[in-house]
Design a protein around this ligand. Structure first.
Ligand code: PEP
Ligand code: MG
Length: 545
C-alpha cells in the first residue's frame, strides 16, 4: 500500500480505479506571417468562436451545478474579451510578425506568471483560468476538437492528473467520476470550488510522488483527511468503507432537507444563514441552502493583503458576494482586526492583553480613514444586493452613535460625488461583550438588529482567553451566565421590535437549538456545512410541549 498526503478540497470518501486523464499535448509552432492584419482577424474570429462555445458550456452546466459555479464560464468569456489580454496578443502578432497561436500561448504564459506572482490566493488561482482560456483559443485556431475526452469504458473511476482546468472539470461525466486526485493545486482555484460544488471527494497537492505508474491501480481517496491510499490493505479498506457508509448515510439524510423550511413541528420559523470568510465561500453557503450570509468576516481582505485593501478591491469583493447571493441577505461585519488577527501594516503596538485591547471598532473609531474606506465600499456594493452592515466589539451606545455618524458622513460624500450607493442599509451590531448584553435595552433603540458573537461573549463573560488551550477544561460553552446574557439581549431586542441572531459557534451547537428557539432567537448563522444539520434539528422540535 502506498499512502500519499495532500490537501482536502471536499470531505468525502471514494474508492475505485485510478484513471490518469490524458490531455492532448498542445504543440504550438511559431511561424512568420506577412499579413499581420489578416492574422489579427483570424485571432478575432477564433475569439468569437471561443465566446460562443463558452456561452454554450454555461447553458449546458448551469442546470446541474448552479449559477454561482457556472459563472466560471462567464469569467472565461470576460477574460477572452479582456482588453489587456487582447492587446498583448495583437501586439505580439504585429511587432513580431508571428502567428496567432504563438501570440496567444506567449500571452497566456506571461499573464499566468503575473497572476502566480501575486500575494492574493484568489488572484493566483486565476493563472489556471487564463491558461484554460488560451488553450481553448489555440485549439480553435488549430481546428482541434475543443471538448474533453474521457474514458470510453463504462467504469467509474478516480480522475488523476497533474492538474485540471475548470472547463475540463465540469465536462467530466459526473456519473462516472468517483473523485479527484491531483498532483498540483491551490485550494482557491475554480476547479476546487467546482469539485466542492459537484460534491465529489477531492484531494489536491499530492506532489510528484503521485505518479502515472499508478494508472489503473485501485485506490481510496479520503477527502476528510486529504489522504490517498494506493493498493490499500484490507484493514485500511475496511476502515474507509465504514467511513464512506457513515458519510453517505449522513448525506442522504441531509439532502432530503434541501429546499425545506427551517420550521419546527409546531410551526415556528427561523432563518438559518451561513458564516463566510471570503467571496469564494459563497459557493458552499448556496450549496448548503443557506438563507443568507449572517456573518461575512471582512478581515480576510485585510489579512491577505500587504497593505490596506483599496476601496475598489473591497467594493468588488462585497459586490461579488451580494450578487452571487442574489436577493438573499448578506451581513458584512466591519473590520475586526487586532487581538488574534494581526496584519503588520496596521503597526499595532504590542499589548499585554490583546483580547482586551485595541481591536475592531476601537481601531475604526480612532482611525476613521480606514473605517470610511470600508464603509464606502460596503454602501457602494449594497447598490447591487441585499447587504447589511454589522459593527463588532460594541460595548456602549456611544460607540454605535459614533460609528453611525461616520457612516452618515460616508453616505453624504457618496451622494455629493454622484456615486451610486444604497441609502437604507440595515445596520446592526454584534453582542459579544457582556457590556453590550447588559445595555442591550438601550442598544436596541439605535440599531436594526443584533447578532450574538458567542465566541467572544463566552471569552469575556467567563474571563477565559479563547486562544489559551490550557483553559479548555474551564471553558463551559453552555455556561448559564452566557445563556442568560443571550436571553436578556433577545428580550430587549424584541421589546424594540428588532431581530436577533447568533453568529458565534454556539449557534451550530444542536444541543442548544431548542433553548435558543424557546428564547426567541430569530436567526442562526453557522458554518455552511452545518446549515442542513441545524435545519434538521429545528424540524424535529415541538415548542408547544
Ligand atoms: C464571535 O465572537 O462569536 C464571532 C462570531 O466573531 P469572531 O469569532 O470572528 O471573533
Ligand atoms: Mg468576535
Amino acid at each position: 500500500m502506498v499512502t500519499l498526503q495532500g490537501k482536502s478540497v471536499y470531505n468525502d470518501v471514494c474508492m475505485g480505479k485510478i484513471l490518469f486523464y490524458a490531455r492532448k499535448e498542445q504543440v504550438i509552432v511559431r511561424y512568420h506571417v506577412d499579413d499581420t492584419d489578416a492574422e489579427i482577424k483570424r485571432f478575432h474570429e477564433a475569439k468569437e468562436e471561443g465566446i460562443s462555445q463558452l456561452k454554450k458550456l454555461y447553458d449546458k452546466i448551469v442546470g446541474s451545478v448552479g449559477e454561482a459555479d457556472a459563472a466560471v464560464f462567464e469569467i472565461h468569456q470576460m477574460m477572452m474579451e479582456d482588453l489587456d489580454y487582447c492587446d498583448s496578443i495583437e501586439n505580439i502578432i504585429t511587432t513580431q510578425a508571428v502567428n496567432a497561436e504563438y501570440a496567444v500561448g506567449t500571452t497566456a504564459d506571461n499573464f499566468a506568471a503575473m497572476f502566480l506572482a501575486m500575494d492574493d490566493d484568489y488572484m493566483r488561482g486565476r493563472a489556471a483560468d487564463v491558461k484554460d482560456v488560451s488553450e481553448r483559443l489555440i485549439r480553435i485556431l488549430q481546428n482541434e476538437d475543443t471538448e474533453m475526452e474521457d474514458s470510453d469504458g463504462d467504469d467509474h473511476y478516480i480522475i488523476a492528473s497533474d492538474d485540471l482546468a475548470p472547463s475540463e472539470t465540469v465536462q467530466l461525466d459526473k456519473d462516472k467520476v468517483l473523485g479527484f486526485a491531483l498532483q498540483m493545486g491551490s485550494t482557491n482555484s475554480h476547479r476546487d470550488i467546482l469539485a466542492r460544488s459537484m460534491g465529489i471527494p477531492a484531494v489536491i497537492g499530492l506532489g510528484e510522488e503521485f505518479k502515472e505508474e499508478y494508472n489503473h491501480r485501485y485506490a481510496v481517496v479520503d477527502g476528510f483527511t486529504g489522504t490517498v491510499y494506493i493498493d490499500p490493505d484490507e484493514e485500511t479498506l475496511a476502515a474507509m468503507r465504514k467511513k464512506k457508509e457513515e458519510s453517505d448515510h449522513q448525506k442522504e439524510l441531509l439532502e432530503t432537507l434541501r429546499g425545506k423550511d427551517n420550521v419546527t413541528l409546531d410551526g415556528r420559523k427561523i432563518n438559518i444563514y451561513a458564516n463566510i470568510g471570503s467571496p469564494a465561500d459563497v459557493v458552499k453557503a448556496l450549496k448548503n441552502d443557506a438563507g443568507g450570509i449572517g456573518l461575512f468576516r471582512s478581515e480576510f481582505l485585510y489579512l491577505e493583503n500587504d497593505d490596506f485593501p483599496s476601496e475598489e478591491q473591497q467594493f468588488l469583493a462585497y459586490k461579488q458576494v451580494a450578487e452571487n447571493m442574489a436577493r438573499k441577505k448578506v451581513i458584512i461585519r466591519t473590520l475586526d482586526i487586532g487581538a488574534d488577527k494581526q496584519a503588520d501594516y496596521f503597526n499595532l503596538e504590542h499589548e499585554e492583553n490583546p483580547a482586551l485591547g485595541y481591536r475592531a471598532i476601537r481601531i475604526c473609531l480612532t482611525q476613521p480613514e480606514i473605517f470610511k474606506t470600508q464603509l464606502r465600499a460596503i454602501y457602494r456594493a449594497a447598490f447591487f444586493g441585499n447587504i447589511s452592515i454589522m459593527f463588532p466589539m460594541i460595548t456602549s451606545v456611544d460607540e454605535v452613535l459614533q460609528a453611525k455618524a461616520i457612516a452618515a458622513e460616508v453616505r453624504e460624500e457618496l451622494e455629493n460625488e454622484g456615486i451610486p450607493y444604497r441609502k437604507d442599509v440595515e445596520t446592526g451590531i454584534m453582542i459579544e461583550t457582556p457590556a453590550a448584553a447588559l445595555v442591550s435595552d438601550e442598544l436596541a433603540k439605535v440599531v436594526d438588529f443584533f447578532s450574538v458573537g458567542t465566541n467572544d461573549l463566552t471569552q469575556y463573560t467567563l474571563a477565559i482567553d479563547r486562544q489559551n488551550r490550557k483553559l479548555e477544561p474551564f471553558a463551559n460553552t453552555h455556561h448559564k451566565a452566557v445563556l442568560k446574557l443571550i436571553q436578556m439581549s433577545t428580550e430587549n431586542a424584541h421589546k424594540e421590535g428588532i431581530w436577533i441572531g447568533i453568529c458565534g459557534e454556539l449557534g451550530a451547537d444542536t444541543t442548544l437549538t431548542e433553548e435558543f428557539l424557546r428564547m426567541g432567537i430569530d436567526e442562526l448563522s453557522v458554518s455552511a456545512s452545518m446549515v442542513l444539520k441545524v435545519r434538521n434539528e429545528v424540524r424535529k422540535l415541538d415548542l408547544s410541549k
